[in-house]
Design a protein around this ligand. Structure first.
Ligand SMILES: [Fe+2]
Ligand SMILES: [Fe+2]
Length: 206
């Protein structure tokens, strides 16, 4: 069971290992994950907060270091991965949790960290909520993030029925995938197949 003390210890540990800017974002993702957890999975709030704290622990590692960790952990590295170095950190962070933070090595936490950047088909509720918390945390000022945050909260999900609220979460995720894909295409860079699959899956489930 995850306790407040465990989360406090984790928070101080990661704060010492990342830049102030990354830590500020991480702390805001934790808050947003808890806020979303209240709406969608109150029984998973501690899990969501732990995953939020862990989601970017390797974000500031160099691409070389990411590739080295992948090699150590037996994770395949393709040319496409190298073209999208930003997606490495989700895989390496997830792979390092059992070694660095065995007390947090729960399936829900590891998979939420693993899929927080690209999403995937059949996302679990924890995966969806950490993904969204990372996109719309209060420290984000990028136009797409602000727009998505406003869209999500302006519809007052707290007043919806359970089914409406879940549909609203899925619509918000579809919108985020659309914005991500458009942005990557504008940048002329690769789009993860997992992101397309996540988007197509949510649309086909409507
Ligand atoms: Fe990330
Ligand atoms: Fe992040």
């Amino acid at each position: 069971m995850i306790t407040e003390n465990m989360l406090s210890a984790l928070r101080s540990d990661i704060e010492n290992k990342m830049s102030q800017k990354r830590y500020r974002h991480t702390a805001e993702v934790e808050k947003m994950a808890a806020r979303l957890g209240e709406l969608y999975a109150p029984e998973k709030i501690m899990t969501l907060r732990a995953a939020a704290l862990l989601h970017d622990i390797t974000k500031e590692y160099s691409t070389e270091r990411q590739i080295m960790i992948c090699a150590q952990k037996g994770l395949e590295v393709t040319k496409e991965d190298v073209c999208a170095p930003k997606t490495f950190h989700a895989r390496t962070a997830a792979a390092l949790i059992p070694e660095l933070y065995p007390e947090f090595a729960e399936d829900d936490i590891i998979s939420a960290v693993r899929w927080h950047t690209t999403g995937r088909r059949d996302m679990s509720i924890c995966e969806k909520l950490v993904y969204l918390a990372d996109y719309i945390d209060m420290s984000r000022t990028f136009e797409d993030c602000v727009r998505l945050r406003e869209y999500f909260f302006s519809k007052e999900p707290e007043k919806m029925t359970e089914a409406e609220r879940l549909a609203h979460l899925n619509d918000t995720l579809i919108m985020s995938f659309d914005m991500t894909v458009k942005g990557l295409i504008e940048d002329g860079t690769v789009v993860s197949a997992d992101t397309f699959e996540a988007r197509n899956w949510l649309i086909s489930e409507k």
